[in-house]
Design a protein around this ligand. Structure first.
Ligand SMILES: [Fe+2]
Ligand SMILES: [Fe+2]
Length: 390
């Protein structure tokens, strides 16, 4: 069951560039009715009916079983079945292409810009999971999944480095570009800021465990979780991995890198799916977080995510390349924003937004996949079987 929120909550959301701040919820309307999946009955307390393994507290994080969140364990097993390494995917054609005269300056700029942002993003995402979220959330099965998630971000970082090394790209340029390009740095800075706010709540739990978290502190944590799973991974990663480079691959360029991206994307969709479960459980356990002003702030967060994606993509793609343009890219990103909002029971962020790339599903998904646009994960295979042609 999902949250039922009126679309009117979105009315009056300030436009792009507005503050992401929100007011404390001490007198806010209670706008949430949310039930996610229940833990088994024996894992609920008799007094309150609440899960014994609360996300924040009341949980022995060393006792893994019995599970209160079996979906987290199941997803962990799915991820493990899906293991891959970048060495299994050749980028030889990309190396030859890069050394040839078959690339325009625009195409080289696009490729370097996408690689630069993704390398930094995966380092940052891995750090966030390992250093922040794992310290905040208590149930061991959730932490267990997050350990795998952090490891997969490290794997993705390796995949980019594999490409950089084989193609002979300048690592100094690639890895430092985020700090020199304002359109990239703004996104990294937003992620850093939101993590810092959540970490303050985490520090309070560590250093003053007797003190209860305030509603504001619980909101800071939830806000960061929503950002990382639904905005950072759910929009920025998805658009970066499935967008312009995949289009070039359709035209025979960067096919090796594009295939590496496809494997990374398959992992990311699973991370997003996990995040949606986690967020819905969090809202169920701490419904006091979802004040009207907080929900409005989530709307502004999605808008800010899109604004920064817009700036970034216009830097990468100042003019169209083989039919791919920034306007269609942003329209599709808005479509994803609506999907992400819907996944946690919120109304669409944008009144109208459409997916502009009908080829994308075929390009980046496995043939057997039921629905690339995420009603369920891709079909997982064991033993690192990497072909998706049958
Ligand atoms: Fe990643
Ligand atoms: Fe991820």
């Amino acid at each position: 069951m999902r949250l039922a929120l009126s679309k009117r909550l979105w009315a009056g959301i300030p436009t792009e560039g507005s503050s992401l701040d929100y007011m404390p919820a001490h007198h806010a309307d209670r706008v949430v009715k949310c039930v996610v999946m229940d833990a088994p009955a024996h894992l609920h307390t008799f007094e309150t009916g609440a899960p014994m393994k609360q996300l924040l507290g009341n949980t022995d994080s060393l006792q893994l079983f019995p599970l209160a969140y079996p979906w987290a364990w199941d997803m962990y097993l799915e991820n493990m079945d899906n293991h891959w390494t970048p060495r299994e995917i050749s980028v030889a054609n990309d190396v030859a292409l890069w050394r040839s005269d078959r690339l325009s300056e625009q195409e080289r700029h696009l490729f370097l810009s996408v690689m630069a942002q993704l390398t930094t993003f995966d380092v940052q995402r891995g750090d966030e999971s390992a250093e922040s979220l794992q310290g905040i959330i208590d149930p061991p099965e959730i932490k267990h999944y997050l350990k795998r998630l952090a490891d997969e971000e490290a794997l993705h970082t390796w995949a980019y480095q594999f490409i950089i090394e084989n193609m002979g790209l300048d690592p100094e340029d690639i890895y430092s570009r985020y700090a020199r390009v304002p359109e990239m740095k703004a996104r990294v800075d937003l992620a850093t800021e939101l993590s810092s706010r959540a970490k303050r709540a985490w520090a309070k739990r560590v250093f003053t465990p007797e003190a209860a978290l305030s509603v504001r502190e619980k909101q800071e944590i939830l806000f960061a979780i929503i950002f990382w799973f639904l905005c950072f991974e759910g929009i920025w990663f998805v658009m970066g991995l499935s967008g312009p480079i995949q289009n070039l691959a359709r035209h025979g360029k960067f096919t090796g890198a594009a295939e590496q991206f496809q494997y990374i994307l398959r992992d990311e969709f699973q991370h997003i799916r996990f995040g949606i479960h986690l967020i819905n459980v969090y809202i169920e356990q701490y419904p006091e977080c979802m004040s009207t002003s907080f929900v409005m702030a989530i709307g502004r967060l999605f808008q800010e995510t899109i604004r920064l994606e817009d700036n970034y993509m216009r830097h990468c793609l100042p003019s169209p390349i083989v039919g791919y343009n920034a306007d269609d890219h942003i329209e599709t990103a808005k479509w994803y924003a609506n999907q992400r909002a819907n996944s946690i029971g919120l109304a669409p962020v944008y009144q109208r937004a459409e997916h502009r790339f009908p080829w994308m599903s075929e390009q980046v998904s496995m043939r057997k996949e039921k629905n690339f646009f995420e009603t369920r994960p891709t079909e997982y295979r064991t033993g690192g079987a990497l072909s998706w042609d049958d």
